[in-house]
Write a protein that binds this ligand. Structure first.
Ligand code: UD1
Ligand code: MG
Length: 453
């Protein structure tokens, strides 16, 4: 944001005990992306000069997830004010201690926050408030901090639920936790926060009353509940996922995709869907999937790290894994798995196949039950199938191996050597017919059985 420098502090030092997990809370995933990266990406859209993530001791995995953003370690969990202070050194000299620079505080467990809301908070800072708080009116105010307004409607204080009296608990305007504070005042205000409260913690929220005592202006920007919901338990995580998915499904449809049963389609944070794409019921998108215009994904497909080309047809019951590229108008049918393989334009693998570490030329036809045997127990090897080749049903292609353009492989073959262009390769045993032999056998056996009785 030109003319107004912003630094972001993202608090993620909490252990998240209510998740009952060995994984730090902020690394649990929403739409396939860690919670902490959701908040970080929203903040990143503002183009901040700095972005520091506050972590607890030993949280190297969180540091790795947020890299290259730097982390600051909060030694003890002594409250949100203490957590913000842990980032002070990393931001030394930021904004020259000026009122024209803003420190934006976000929580790592609030993943639905949107860049537009953060921009509105910076605007409120520019309009003259030294402390701007993102408030919201939840359906159930629960134990959120309450925002106390003065007679003029300006923010006077934040009272934590445990410290609030009856009247204050009736306030429905709550603290989301997101704050935008003047770089010229934040550190002085935080230095004055004490721990004389119900939890014996240093509350970030206390800086509002401290700022007002000094005659500084404080303001509230109101956001939607869905945007600020905080994740404290697995139940909260599932609820947030539901909210996220519902919004994403609506966007996919608004952008021109048909979702036959939207409630059963699961997108990832980075799914890209073109126009006139049709998605059947119960389709799951892992991360890294792009679907070009006009493609159809039939029911019950699991897609992960795949590019699906123009007008291609996938499924039902297909599994496309990372590195799969499905060419224009290509077809991948039921019970077909494709991994790290390119299917050229118009190529077909319609039934019961595994195509891994392979290159399939345009227009090639992979018969039912074809397997690329890509793994020898130690290493992976590639299979190349030329344009227009025809692979008969139940063929094992033992990689590394090449089948030339226009070549034909007879059904039931095990191909271990390269097949030249336009050649026929068959590795079946000779077809032998013995006339009447089945009848002779039956009669002989029936006689033996009778003789025993
Ligand atoms: C906080 C707010 C409350 C607000 C609510 C919104 C305070 C005192 N209260 O309460 O007004 O309504 O969020 O969800 O700020 N953290 C640290 N170090 C600490 C403590 C917390 O990094 O020492 C981090 C946590 O990882 C978490 C965030 O700060 O991301 C919030 O902490 P949490 O304990 O969840 O605060 P709440 O009690 O929810
Ligand atoms: Mg919380």
């Amino acid at each position: 944001m030109t003319g107004h420098e912003t630094a972001v502090i993202l608090l993620a030092a909490g252990k998240g005990t209510r998740m009952k997990s060995d994984l730090p809370k902020v690394l649990h995933r929403l739409a396939g992306k860690p919670l902490v990266n959701h908040a970080l990406d929203a903040a990143g859209a503002l183009g901040p000069a700095h972005c520091v993530v506050v972590v607890g001791p030993g949280m190297e995995d969180v540091a790795a997830a947020v890299a290259p953003h730097p982390t600051a370690v909060q030694a003890d969990q002594r409250g949100t004010a203490d957590a913000v202070l842990a980032a002070r050194e990393a931001l030394a000299g930021f904004g020259g201690g000026s009122d024209d620079a803003t420190v934006l505080v976000l929580y790592g467990d609030t993943p639905m926050i949107e860049a537009g809301t953060l921009t509105a908070m910076i605007e409120a800072r520019r309009a003259g408030a030294q402390v701007v708080v993102l408030g919201f009116r939840p359906g159930d105010s629960g134990e959120y901090g309450r925002l106390v307004l003065d007679a003029s409607g300006a923010l006077e204080a934040i009272v934590e639920y445990r410290d609030a009296d009856e009247g204050q608990r009736d306030i429905d305007l709550c603290n989301s936790g997101v704050m935008a504070v003047s770089a010229g005042h934040i550190w002085d205000l935080l230095d004055r926060v004490g721990d004389d409260n119900a939890k014996g913690e240093y509350y970030l929220t206390d800086i509002v009353a401290l700022a007002r005592e000094q005659g500084l202006a404080c303001a509230v920007v109101e956001g939607e509940e869905a945007e600020v919901l905080g994740i404290n338990s697995r139940g909260d995580l599932a609820a947030a996922e539901a909210v996220w998915q519902q919004a994403r499904r609506a966007r996919a449809m608004a952008d021109g995709a048909t979702l036959i049963d939207p409630a059963t389609v699961w997108f990832a944070h980075d799914t890209q869907i073109g126009r006139d794409v049709t998605i059947g019921p119960s389709v799951f998108f892992g991360s890294g999937v792009t679907v070009a215009d006009g493609a159809e994904i039939h029911a019950f497909c699991h897609l992960d790290g795949v590019a699906i080309g123009l007008g291609a047809s996938v499924g039902p019951f297909a599994r496309l894994r990372p590195g799969a590229v499905i060419g224009e108008a290509a077809r991948v049918g039921n019970f077909v798995e494709v991994k790290n393989a390119v299917l050229g334009a118009g190529a077909k693998a319609n039934h019961l196949s595994y195509v891994g570490d392979a290159e399939v030329g345009a227009g090639a036809n992979i018969g039912a039950g074809t397997i690329t045997c890509n793994y020898d127990g130690f290493m992976k090897h590639r299979t190349e199938i030329g344009e227009g080749a025809f692979i008969g049903s139940n063929t094992a292609l033992v990689a590394p191996v090449k089948v030339g353009k226009g070549a034909l492989v007879g059904a039931g073959s095990t191909i271990t050597k390269n097949v030249p262009d336009d050649a026929v390769a068959v590795t079946r045993g000779r077809h032998t017919v013995i006339e009447g032999a089945a009848k002779d056998y039956r009669e002989r056996k029936l006689k033996e059985k009778k003789a025993k009785k």
